[in-house]
Design a protein around this ligand. Structure first.
Ligand SMILES: [Ca+2]
Ligand SMILES: [Ca+2]
Length: 313
């Protein structure tokens, strides 16, 4: 005989189970769908942010080109050197903002200049790099380590060198680059370098094609002081007040001929060819940090982008 009460109970539990399962399936589908919508929005906002950043880059390229036509020298009082204030990005579908800053890379020490045209060490640049490190309260050993990282051979320099034999013994092991750097952040991998030290050093160094000059009108105070062993903070202060925002008033070579050695004087200039744009674009909740290195040809020539990166230089 069939127990009616019991079978009703089983039917009730089955019905409850089906309701629970379909309910959770529906919730999972709604969640997946919401995630898909959000993912698509983020991708769209990121793409829009990239377009805005590239627009800022084109704008800056025009400013740099005009500056090349209109002026003989480059200094921090020029239009390109002023910070781009936060501008709204505003249309019907998107709300956001863009801000930007352009840095003159010729105002920094180009680490690729550590190696001369013959592939040998450039002693003038090595000693300048050592002085720069000391001025910044960092270990001067990093100059020799950077040279070995960039020079083609696998022979560790003395006393401050390190090549693959050192780096392959680290955990995790890695190898030296052994050629001109494309991105200066590679020097963060030097033996003994930590993030705090590298953050201090980074605003004063760059990685450009070999043979660039340092623009004394835009050089950072530490780079200015590193130009000669006899320059101290007080001399740099007076140089900075002489330079002000409009650059050195007289012939810069005359000003520096009594301050630096002739080999260093030959590496100085008052013009710039390499600039780095940092554009930060915020679209809704998506932020794009966009870096672009631009090369300006001399004599009013075109400005071309030679390197782009996102997030970090
Ligand atoms: Ca200029
Ligand atoms: Ca090497």
């Amino acid at each position: 005989m069939i127990d009616v009460r019991r079978s009703r109970g089983v039917a009730l539990i089955t019905a409850m189970l089906i309701t629970a399962i379909t309910g959770s399936l529906a919730a999972a589908l709604a969640w997946d769908s919401a995630l898909d919508v959000r993912r698509t929005m983020v991708l769209l906002f990121h793409e829009q942010g990239m377009q805005v950043a590239m627009g800022a880059e084109t704008w800056i390229r025009n400013i740099l080109r005009d500056d090349g036509i209109d002026s003989e020298t480059d200094h921090l009082g020029e239009l390109w050197a002023s910070e781009l204030p936060g501008l709204p990005v505003d249309n019907n579908s998107v709300q956001g903002a863009v801000a930007g800053k352009i840095e003159d890379l010729n105002g920094r020490l180009n680490v690729n200049n550590l190696v001369d045209d013959n592939g040998d060490i450039d002693q003038t640049v090595l000693e300048q790099f050592q002085r720069l490190l000391v001025i910044l309260d960092l270990d001067p050993r990093f100059a020799g380590l950077a040279y070995d990282w960039i020079d083609a051979d696998d022979n560790a320099s003395f006393p401050d060198g390190a090549e693959d034999s050192i780096y392959t013994g680290l955990t995790p092991p890695y190898r030296t680059y052994n050629r001109s750097l494309v991105n200066v952040t590679e020097l963060a991998a030097l033996e003994g370098m930590d993030k705090a030290s590298f953050d201090i050093l980074l605003p004063h160094i760059t990685a450009l094609p070999r043979g660039t000059t340092i623009n004394v009108n835009t050089a950072t105070p530490a780079v200015l002081q590193s130009l000669d062993a006899n320059l101290d903070a007080t001399t740099v202060e007076s140089l900075l007040s002489l330079r002000e925002e409009g650059g050195f008033p007289d012939d810069f070579a005359q000003t520096f001929s009594t301050l630096v050695q002739p080999e260093m004087l030959a590496k100085l200039g008052d013009t710039s060819n390499f600039f780095q744009l940092k554009a930060v674009v915020q679209i809704d909740t998506v932020r794009v940090t966009y870096y672009s290195v631009m090369l300006r040809s001399p004599n009013g020539g075109p400005v071309t982008t030679i390197l782009r990166s996102l997030g970090t230089i």
